[in-house]
Ligand binder design. Structure first.
Ligand SMILES: Cc1cc2nc3c(=O)[nH]c(=O)nc-3n(C[C@H](O)[C@H](O)[C@H](O)COP(=O)(O)OP(=O)(O)OC[C@H]3O[C@@H](n4cnc5c(N)ncnc54)[C@H](O)[C@@H]3O)c2cc1C
Length: 346
């Protein structure tokens, strides 16, 4: 048996992967895009995107993704179902084992697998995500001018979201399950400076009310003076329950980069699992990792901005960096789709 070696595989079909695919396909790198378990990525979870350049009326998240995919396919990008489950990245060619059972060989890999926002597991969250429930205040805060909103979380990102939402909302309530906030004093102080921001300590969200037509209309909170009230509520314990009228709920309990398949590889991950790109001093230093042929783009390598337009930006950078790298790396410069013998030949 022989296997084709691809010039480039892009892991992830979110906005970063699609942007990389458009650039790579136009540069004749014949990219194969692995769609993962969530084809189209996080933007498919939202209705309106108002801050992506070029759409003054806003654009639906799904529409933006479908148009991006069409654009990439038009230039020759190929899409395939499945996720990378394991990767052999110790030498060329790179070997990717997929959830479909297939193995793909490639000279270059762009990891664009995103970082999934953690959810709090409140009742109705599946139905209301993108309909008044959000994981991104920068993205959706402006839809809540004049609303009362609630933020679940007590860390630095929850405080930053609170400060941001205070610009639009009438009242911001930060719901935190313990007495003490996890946030640093400086970010917590910034949030406290806003008179219209309140803190519900020892309190947790259990249900969100509303519908996809009407959006979020309320939330049910439970509280207990000793903290962690939800555990007690679910065990039938004595907790206070309150229904709260709100027009929006924001989850700010962290993100989980989708990098499990890189844990046993030489690719550097930071303490939270985000891919670390290397500063090698080479032209392709921005999105390259320290592992030959492995590049990263989008939320999986950018814990700071996590926006569609920044993910698209790093996606295009990664494709340009791969193009440069393929031209420069002598051992992969020619005959990149030449069949190779695999272990199955032995
Ligand atoms: C509800 C919501 C609303 C938002 N609204 C906005 C907005 O209005 N404006 C804005 O700028 N941003 C918004 N964002 C943020 C924006 O969606 C992200 O910044 C952007 O999607 C990141 O793109 P990405 O391609 O890096 O990752 P993702 O979109 O997360 O895509 C990751 C891709 O990787 C795939 N994948 C995962 N693991 C594997 C694997 N092992 N192998 C292969 N593939 C894999 C997934 O299936 C998916 O296709 C919003 C996010 C959410 C959740």
């Amino acid at each position: 048996m022989t296997e084709e070696i691809r010039k480039l595989v892009i892991a992830g079909s979110g906005v970063a992967g699609l942007s990389a695919a458009v650039y790579a396909a136009r540069a004749d790198l014949d990219p194969l895009v692995l769609e993962g378990d969530e084809p189209g990525g996080q933007l498919t979870l939202t209705t309106d995107v108002e801050n992506y350049l070029g759409f003054p009326e806003g654009v639906g998240g799904m529409e933006l993704i479908l148009r991006g995919k069409e654009q990439a396919e038009q230039f020759g990008a190929e899409f395939q179902h499945g996720s990378i489950e394991a990767a052999g990245l110790n030498g060329q060619p790179l070997e990717l084992s997929l959830s479909t059972g297939d193995t793909v060989y490639t000279w270059a890999l762009i990891v664009a697998t995103g970082a999934s926002a953690r959810w709090v597991d409140a009742e109705n969250e599946d139905e209301l995500m993108g309909h008044g429930l959000s994981t991104c205040a920068t993205c959706d805060g402006a839809f809540h001018r004049g609303d009362d909103v609630l933020i679940a979380g007590g860390g630095d990102s929850a405080m930053e979201e609170a400060v941001f939402l205070a610009k639009f909302a009438d009242n911001v309530t930060v719901v935190h399950r313990r007495e003490e906030l996890r946030a640093s004093k400086i970010t917590a102080d910034r949030a406290r400076e806003h008179d219209d921001t309140e803190f519900a300590r020892n309190t947790e969200l259990v249900t969100i009310q509303g519908s996809q037509e009407d959006g979020v209309t309320g939330a049910t909170l439970v509280s207990h003076p000793n903290g962690y009230p939800r555990e007690k509520y679910e065990a039938g314990g004595d907790v206070a329950t309150e229904d709260f009228g709100v027009g929006g709920v924001f989850y700010a309990v962290g993100h989980e980069p989708n990098t499990d398949f890189l844990r046993e590889t030489p690719v550097d991950l930071d303490k939270d699992g985000y891919v670390q790109t290397a500063d090698t001093g080479d032209a392709w230093a921005t999105t390259a990792t320290a592992t030959d042929g492995v590049f990263a783009a989008g939320d999986v390598m950018d814990r700071e901005y996590q926006q569609a337009v920044t993910a698209a930006g790093t996606g295009s950078m990664a494709a340009l960096d791969v193009e440069d790298w393929l031209e420069s790396a002598a051992e992969v410069a020619t005959d990149s789709t030449e069949p190779i013998a695999t272990e199955a030949d032995d």
